[in-house]
Design a protein around this ligand. Sequence first.
Ligand SMILES: [Fe+2]
Length: 221
Amino acid sequence: MATKVKTYTANLGKTLRETNKCKGRLLYYFPPKETPAPEEKGQVAEDGWIGWHNDSGFMTGLTPDMFVDDTDGSVMENPDPEGAGLWIVDRDSSAVRVRVPPDCMAIQVGECTQVVTGGEFVATPHCVRGVRPQFVPAGRKVARVACPCFVDTHPTFKLRIPEGFSADEMLAKGVSSKVPPLAERWEPGQSFGDFLGATFRRYYDWALGKSGPAAKKARTA
Ligand SMILES: [Fe+2]
């Protein structure tokens, strides 16, 4: 960034190397519930294991996922490799299934990196889809295990775009109908901590709008 954009000042290499805001989360995704309705037989929600979102921070390191039998913990191959696991929205706005090879890790760009690079890096909307019922081996319950590592800055870190960059252009990058727009949550010069607070509130409202009483009313109207 420093060689490409002369006004870039975030110095993320140093900032993230020295941060104490680095956390790994060992996540366990329980087997999806039985099919809820006859007309949806054989289906699982597109984002049933984790809903569509952008990571709000700076960088997320992703290990390859593991699939296990929920009853005894034995490891198995992904029984639904075309469906189950991590999905992202690519730069053409298509949903794409992503596989991280067993000996690799993936780095996911978060929204704060999008802001401080003026949109040179773009946050990637993603979700996790469960195993479709027809692919679950008989008598087994399939769960998923993953361990993302979130690398962020101190909450007081100021989220500024590089001088000479357009906020509107930065905010227009990676816009997707699947996640709340960054423009509704970021303000110039805002601290990372305040941005996180605004983002959690917006995602909460967004989730209520999609599945809460108001949304149900609208769907049945
Ligand atoms: Fe995420």
